[in-house]
Design a protein around this ligand. Structure first.
Ligand SMILES: *Cc1c(COP(=O)(O)O)cnc(C)c1O
Length: 430
């Protein structure tokens, strides 16, 4: 392992995606540098798995929509259809199977209300204990709305190590009491990537419908929903998709379910053929549009249109390739420089490329306070209890030199015991 800075510089020179960095707005602020001095410099942004940076593409998308509104042509805007096309490509689907709608959690409600239909002894929803809590709240609520008891019917597969879930354990829990299985593609803390194809096949062998929350994989991992036969899926667009805080989300329904009555109908889901006839009976659209509730905001779609176009131009396969390489580089540096006394950092995510998403889960008993010390050094990462610092090199804007510098900052924060300057009660977002 070459731990020199010049090696990182060499990797940057060879990086085919390096040209995209200049399309992003990277804020500057006063930071404590590796030379021990404070100065105003661009931050090292390692939180793109949580909230991506703004790009010129997203900005242009918004500007364009503003101009359309000024000239009252916004009703004719095709930003929705264009965004769907880009996003359908990203998830391996037909544009007919994808809509841009609402937010991730709302789309879980929309989809589970449709596909969870308890019948006879098939009354259970199969999920797992490591999913993002919002997803579990939505499942819990949907089970109650169907008049079933969540204590009995929400089955959570347990983690063996507190970080990952074994596919074998999920499959072992698939039986004829399960109606729907709902899982994340990538775990938000450990970064584990599930084998979607294998799980989908197993679910179908047991007569179970299966859906995935792809918030942590969209824009960083390629998806092939049609090929895999996934029943339904949803994702948000503000993480690796860089669509802006709370950006409009995506929703996918496999075409074999077209015609199924949506659980939460609304006028925008009515068939286009008579959507404006305002009839009292709901007639679902012939494709995934049936799962629209109200009409989606053009302004919410505009930045996602821009950033989806950018991901399309850069190529999702190229993005995945750099992501695996740069996260591997980060893990190798951690192994070489940050393990053992006095540093004691460990890598908490799975190591195999096919088992990991886009972030590195760095673990340290002082993770919370170290993350605050890192922020003072202009390295923005995020902390997830109890000990994980999530570090995300984003292929479109993170350089290898930034990763190298991040590791030096992690080292100096321990050398100088900087975490001791922070209180254990201090929250990251104050
Ligand atoms: C980010 C994320 C969400 C966010 O939900 P919103 O409704 O967009 O606020 C939900 N689930 C998972 C798994 C996520 O990673």
């Amino acid at each position: 392992m070459d731990t020199s800075r010049s090696y990182a510089e060499k990797l940057d020179k060879q990086d085919p995606l390096a040209k995209w960095r200049k399309e992003f707005y990277i804020p500057e602020r006063e930071i404590l540098g590796l030379d021990g001095k404070k100065s105003v410099k661009p931050i090292h942004y390692f939180e793109g798995n949580s909230l991506g940076l703004m790009s010129t593409y997203a900005e242009k998308g918004i500007q364009n929509e503003i101009n359309l509104w000024k000239t009252l042509t916004s009703r004719n805007s095709d930003v929705g259809d264009q965004t769907r096309e880009y996003q359908a490509k990203l998830v391996g689907a037909d544009p007919d199977e994808v809509i841009m709608a609402a937010g991730a959690t709302i789309n879980i409600h929309v989809l589970i209300s449709t596909f969870y239909q308890p019948e006879g002894k098939r009354t259970k929803v199969l999920a797992d204990e490591l999913n993002f809590p919002s997803d579990l709240y939505a499942l819990w609520g949907q089970i109650r709305l169907k008049g079933e008891d969540p204590d009995e019917n929400l089955v959570l597969v347990k983690s063996r190590d507190g970080k990952t879930i074994e596919e074998d354990d999920i499959i072992a829990a698939m039986d004829d009491t399960v109606s729907v299985c709902f899982l994340p593609s990538v775990y938000f803390t450990s970064g584990q990537l599930l084998d979607i194809e294998r799980l989908t096949k197993a679910a179908h062998e047991h007569g179970i419908k299966i859906g995935f929350d792809c918030c942590h994989s969209i824009g960083i991992v390629p998806h092939y929903f049609d090929k895999w036969g996934v029943d339904f899926a949803l994702w948000c667009n503000y993480k690796y998709m860089n669509g802006g805080s709370g950006a409009i989300a995506g929703l996918y329904v496999n075409k074999r379910h077209f015609g199924t009555m949506p659980g939460m109908p609304g006028w925008w889901g009515n068939s286009w053929s008579n959507r404006f006839d305002f009839e009292t009976n709901f007639k679902p659209a012939e494709n995934a549009e049936a799962w629209f509730v109200g009409n989606p905001s053009n302004f919410a779609q505009a930045p996602v249109y821009g950033s989806s176009k950018m991901v399309d131009e850069a190529g999702i396969e190229n993005i995945r390739k750099k992501s695996l390489k740069i996260t591997r580089y980060l893990m190798d540096l951690v192994d070489a420089e940050l393990t053992g006394e006095p540093y004691n950092y460990t890598v908490g995510n799975p190591r195999a490329p096919e088992r990991r998403g886009g972030h590195v889960a760095l673990m340290h008993p002082e993770g919370q306070r170290l993350n605050l010390a890192l922020s003072n050094r202009g390295v923005l990462a995020d902390f997830r209890p109890p000990t994980t610092i999530r570090l995300t090199p984003v292929p479109l804007y993170t350089s290898y030199v930034e990763v190298w510098e991040c590791v030096q900052h992690l080292k100096q924060a321990i050398d100088n015991r900087e975490y001791e300057n922070y209180s254990k009660d201090q929250h990251q977002y104050v």
